[in-house]
Design a protein around this ligand. Structure first.
Ligand code: AP5
Length: 216
C-alpha cells in the first residue's frame, strides 16, 4: 500500500508516518529528512538545498523528483511507502504519477491532515528530536518519559531544526498555501483524497488514519 500524507508544517505528517512505519513495516519517505541528511553530509544536493530550507522556501522540483525517483529504486520501497512531504507542487504530483506507473506501483490513498493554523507555530517551535535515533518529541505535547532521556534509545542528546523558528514557519506556511494546497484538488479529482482532523490528539489521528488504511 502506498499513501501520501498532506498537510502544512506541523500538521503531524512525520509523527504519524513514524508510527505507521513502526507498526506496519511501511517505509516513511520524508523528503525533509532526506534533504537534511544531504545537508549534513555536504553533498551537492545538500549544498544547494540548505539556504533554501533555512529561508522556508521550496527546493526546486527537478532536485526533489530526482531524489524520490532514486529512492523508489531501492528494494524496501516495494513493500509500501508513506510519502511525507512529497509531492509539494503540481509538477511533483504529476511526476510521481509517472514514476509509479513506470514501476508498476499505484497510489492507494492521499490523506490530508486538516489543522487550525494558529496552533501550528507552537507545534513546530516546540518540536525536538533524538540526535541518535531521530524519535520525535515536543516540549508540551510529547515529552520524554524521563526528562532528558530518549524513550526509544536512551540517548541524552537532542536536536532542534534550524527552520523551526517562528519567522521561518510562517514563510513555510505561505509556501504551503501558494504551492502545495492546490494539489489537494489534484487528488480529489482522482477520487483519492481523504481528510482527517489533525487537531485531535495523536492517538485519535492515528486511529483515523489506520481506519482509512484498513478499509483500503
Ligand atoms: P519538511 O521536513 O517536510 O517539513 P514540513 O512539511 O514543514 O513539515 P514538518 O516536518 O514541519 O511538520 P510535520 O507535519 O511532519 O509535523 P510533525 O509530525 O513533526 O520540509 C522541510 C523543508 O525541506 C521545506 O521547508 C522545504 O524547504 C524542503 N522540502 C521538503 N520536501 C520538499 C519537496 N517535496 N519539495 C520542495 N522542497 C521540499 O509535528 C510537529 C510537532 O507537533 C511535533 O513536535 C509533534 O510532537 C507535535 N504534534 C504532532 N501531532 C500532534 C497532535 N495531534 N497534537 C499535538 N501535537 C502534535
Amino acid at each position: 500500500m502506498n499513501i501520501i500524507l498532506l498537510g502544512p508544517p506541523g500538521a503531524g505528517k512525520g509523527t504519524q508516518a513514524q508510527r505507521l512505519q513502526a507498526e506496519r513495516g511501511m517505509v516513511q519517505l520524508s523528503t525533509g529528512d532526506m534533504l537534511r541528511a544531504a545537508v549534513a553530509a555536504g553533498t551537492p544536493v545538500g549544498l544547494k538545498a540548505k539556504a533554501v530550507m533555512d529561508a522556508g522556501q521550496l527546493v526546486s522540483d527537478d532536485i526533489m523528483i530526482a531524489l524520490i525517483s532514486d529512492r523508489l529504486e531501492q528494494p524496501d520501497a516495494k513493500g509500501g511507502v508513506i510519502f511525507d512531504g512529497f509531492p509539494r507542487t503540481t509538477a511533483q504530483a504529476e511526476a510521481l504519477d509517472a514514476m509509479l506507473a513506470e514501476k508498476g506501483l499505484k497510489l492507494d490513498s492521499v490523506v490530508e491532515l486538516t489543522v487550525d493554523e494558529n496552533a501550528l507555530v507552537e507545534r513546530v517551535t516546540g518540536r525536538f528530536s533524538c540526535a541518535k535515533c531521530g524519535a520525535g518529541y515536543h516540549d508540551r505535547f510529547k515529552q520524554t518519559r524521563v526528562a532528558g532521556v530518549c524513550d526509544a534509545c536512551g540517548s541524552t542528546e537532542f536536536k532542534r531544526r534550524p527552520d523551526d523558528n517562528e519567522a521561518t514557519v510562517r514563510q513555510r506556511m505561505a509556501e504551503y498555501h501558494e504551492k502545495t494546497a492546490p494539489i489537494s484538488n489534484y487528488y480529489a479529482d482522482k477520487g483519492l483524497l481523504k481528510r482527517i482532523d489533525g487537531m485531535a490528539d495523536m492517538d485519535k489521528v492515528h486511529a483515523d488514519l489506520a481506519a482509512i488504511l484498513n478499509a483500503g
